[in-house]
Unconditional design. Sequence first.
Length: 454
Amino acid sequence: MTPHGAQPPGSVGHLFTKSRRFDVVVPPTNTSDTDAVGPDDGGPAGPTTRRQTALLIVGAGPAGTAAAIHARRAGVDCIVIDKAVFPRDKCCGDGLTTLALRELEALGCDPDTVPNWMNVEGAWLRTPAGHEFGIPLPPDGVYAAVAPRIDLDAALVDQARAAGTEIIEGVAVTGVELHDTHVDVSCDNGMIIEATTVIAADGMWSPIRRALGLTPEGYRGEWHAFRQYARNVTGPAAQQLIVWFEPDLLPGYAWSFPLPGGRANVGFGMLRNDGLTGKMLAAKWRELCERDHVRTALGPDAQWEGRHTAWPIPARVDEMALSHGRVLFVGDAAAATDVMTGEGIGQALLTGRLAAEAVSTGGDIAAAYTRAVRNELFADHRMARRLGRVLASRRGAETALGVVRHSGDWGRRHFARWMFEDEPRAIVLTPRRWHRGFLARPGAYRERVTTSAP
């Protein structure tokens, strides 16, 4: 389903017979530090310069840098632009699932280059009724980790540069012009970049998508999340990844993800509704932090760092336009977040790779990319949406978690692998993805874990 007035991917109208000019309009409600937004001020731009490249990537987050690294490996020249200057913070839960870890390993990302990276050996869950239990992850590799986005994203930018990508920081998009053979992207420094293909990795508020008229009116995401860092964490949260299924957050949840040095990323996510306001979220956050089980997990000496931050989570990849002419959308710009958990890093890395593969293969790039995303994510997205309905009620969540709690070591371990996206959510229903190593593959960075074992 595409927004009113938009051409669906693969349609005849997808290819333009004449140029069309679009100017970026960024809503004042944009609270995201995403990759490319409108000009910071109304001052004059510098003298116009024109650049040419086979591939322009707008946004240097995980989706954009993944696309750049894979494209360079295939011999595709590319430029990445981003409004931010790295390192920069990014409001996120910082959790890395098995999907994300495998994609990072395929990129050649070395955890040693990411400060404050922390591997996780399992999770501790609390049901709506207050029952608590652990779910272990296998020891043969890394299945879950936590890495602050300020560190992870900067490391990926460095890696993309090392791969031969030109990355231009501190530059925002101001306009997009589509042609039969290329796309012109105007920047606030006076530069115009002519690209054969553009990959929009510019986040939830995607100025490229908005400029092309592909953002649904009033769209603010399916979920809203809130997080703050804590220091001096001395309770179980110093080492454990904790998920609290709070009755008043369902089908959402609260979390505490451990970081080195007695720190933790603590937050919550809940479904967005028309009556949910920022003040309500802030009040919910303050009340959540005072709950006994949260205070106990963090320990008596825990202190909050800086300010709390909030962000919208887009999760409708099966409805958003994935391409438009010579423009491909990846990551949050494609609303590719897991609709059940709110996880988006793995999906960002995956869609970035798929876009780069489509570009490097050639032919009908838009159709190939759309088909690849559909094959990888659509069935899982719909399965996760159905499971989310079960978790939306206290009874449903308690029953589902109760089954896991009483399933023994084997059941808990395999639930943990499924929870952390070791396998696609809907793999049982999609025979084309079956393989001999179902729920038996080693985790990511297996050699690293093996060589570091005592």
